[in-house]
Write a new protein. Structure first.
Length: 109
């Protein structure tokens, strides 16, 4: 089953035909969420690369990056509890990147 149809299939199984009508908004979100799940972690890669390449973390906040990593743990647990693979994969990647930033701040500030 293709990734874009996963949520539609789940809704179809769980709801009656009348309740299963998806709006254009819902269909659009179902389609756009997968690229967003890939792009969110990729957006942090240049920042992580920069901190380790320059070995300079003077303008970064350790509490912010550590808190973001901890919040990703909660999202990871949420995704596992609800068996939502995209949430688990995205937040696993984000957690690694956020804690990499925190480690870089500890090493280079």
């Amino acid at each position: 089953m293709s990734l874009g149809l996963r949520h539609r299939y789940r809704r179809k199984k769980e709801k009656t035909e009348k309740e299963n009508r998806l709006t254009v908004w819902q269909l659009s979100l179902d389609t756009l969420i997968y690229p967003a799940a890939v792009l969110a972690p990729l957006a942090l890669v240049p920042q992580v690369w920069h901190i380790y390449a320059t070995q300079n973390a003077s303008s970064l906040s350790l509490p912010t990056w550590a808190l973001l990593g901890c919040l990703n743990i909660l999202w990871l647990l949420y995704g596992r509890a609800h068996k939502e693979t995209p949430i688990v994969l995205t937040n696993s990647a984000l957690m690694v990147l956020n804690f990499s930033m925190a480690l870089g701040i500890l090493l280079y500030s």
